[in-house]
Design a protein. Structure first.
Length: 259
């Protein structure tokens, strides 16, 4: 009888399956980030943005949700995109894995309404030898240069979305992911603060997130607020983001604490 092959030392140090990286409150990330070969309906991501498929996805989203302001439609679409991309990347990075998020090697699958359903990766990624105490500016360097900068440019050229708005949309989810996975709580509870205050990223390149978010006092609490409004108030049936909103008129009576 043939015996199953024994595991080797190399096998022991291979990255685990993607879904095993995402547990607990972030288990849903395993449905948003998977291997391309396992992603039904996947299409090359670079080709998606370079073709009419991108405009078609925006049209479907607008029709499904009754959006008539194109800027608001594109902005809302990008919020879903950035959430599905950046949160799994940061969560995996905290677990000592670096996911391969080079846009030119990824795929995307869309939901029926045109929103991003999931991303496909070539491989599970690599073990990270980085320090878990590394600042968020270091975490986002590959995100910015390998993926986000190209998407922000595509959102502007193909859909007219202002880069400062697109970067602010991505910033919200990076902020959330880094803060919720922080191994320890900072004195002010804002682990991602440096990303929004320093002019350069860890590699010395300009920091596109500088000033995107700020903490402000609101009565006896402190709230986190965007610099640029995401325009969701222009879409029917989309709830306000409350105290996070850059526009005082759109914050509503409820005060949102923290992030």
């Amino acid at each position: 009888m043939d015996m199953p092959p024994s595991s080797t030392s190399t096998d022991a140090f291979r990255p685990p399956e993607l879904k095993s990286i995402f547990t607990g409150e972030h288990a849903w990330c395993g449905e948003k980030m998977m291997l391309s070969r396992d992603l039904a309906g996947a299409q090359p991501l670079a080709g998606f943005f370079a073709s009419a498929a991108f405009a078609g996805a925006l049209d479907r989203y607008a029709q499904t949700h009754g959006g008539h302001d194109r800027r608001a439609v594109v902005s809302m679409w990008s919020l879903y995109y950035f959430a599905a991309l950046t949160i799994p990347f940061i969560v995996a990075r905290r677990a000592d894995y670096v996911l391969p998020i080079d846009l030119d090697r990824m795929t995307i699958a869309l939901a029926d309404d045109g929103l991003p359903r999931a991303f496909g990766l070539e491989t599970e990624g690599d073990w990270s030898e980085g320090n878990r105490q590394e600042g968020v500016d270091g975490y986002v360097v590959p995100l910015v240069h390998q993926h986000l900068a190209a998407v922000v440019a595509a959102l502007k050229s193909a859909a007219g979305l202002a880069p400062k708005l697109a970067w602010n949309n991505a910033a919200v989810y990076i902020d959330y992911a880094f803060n919720t996975t922080a191994p320890t709580r900072d004195s002010d509870g804002w682990a991602a603060r440096q990303l929004f205050e320093q002019p350069a990223l860890a590699d010395g390149s300009a920091n596109p997130f500088r000033g995107c978010l700020r903490h402000e006092p609101a009565g006896e609490t402190t709230v986190c607020r965007r610099k640029v409004c995401c325009l969701r108030y222009l879409l029917p049936g989309i709830p306000s983001c409350g105290a996070l909103c850059a526009l005082p008129s759109q914050r509503g009576p409820a005060t949102q604490q923290g992030h």
